[in-house]
Design a protein around this ligand. Sequence first.
Ligand SMILES: [Fe+2]
Ligand SMILES: [Fe+2]
Length: 161
Amino acid sequence: MRYSNELISWSSKFACGINLIDEQHKGLVKLVNEMFNHVTGNNIQENNYFNRVIKEAVDYIKVHFATEEKIMLATNFNGYAEHKKKHDCFVLAVVENIRDYRYGKRVSLYSFTKFLKEWVLTHIAVMDKQYFEYLRIIASRKANGKLSITSEDIASAHKYG
Ligand SMILES: [Fe+2]
Ligand SMILES: [Fe+2]
């Protein structure tokens, strides 16, 4: 693989403790790594791969964003609107990059994947971290220390927002 140094290894610093979210973030990391693994330098190969996986990749990202937004709304997280705006802007940027890739406008599979990687890592570290911390405040009241969002959490979350 040409860019093995670009691969992301999952680390606990990306985790929030909510299983559903952590699994989805692991899925995003896997997606980025798989894309890097298909950077061969051969345009035809790369195009075939890109066309085969890109729709599924975008759908995966959208499902993840929708999940986060649902949790943030349900728990009355006050950073919801700003966070959703970041998600929406990113989806638009991805669509634009896909268009540029297809029309050969200086976007290669490598640069596309690099853009995806940087956004995902920064977003988890900066934006997602904000609601991770909020969820931890809500969940810290649990006796077993496990994080999960229950209907009682949601019902009392506004007190902490
Ligand atoms: Fe996320
Ligand atoms: Fe997010």
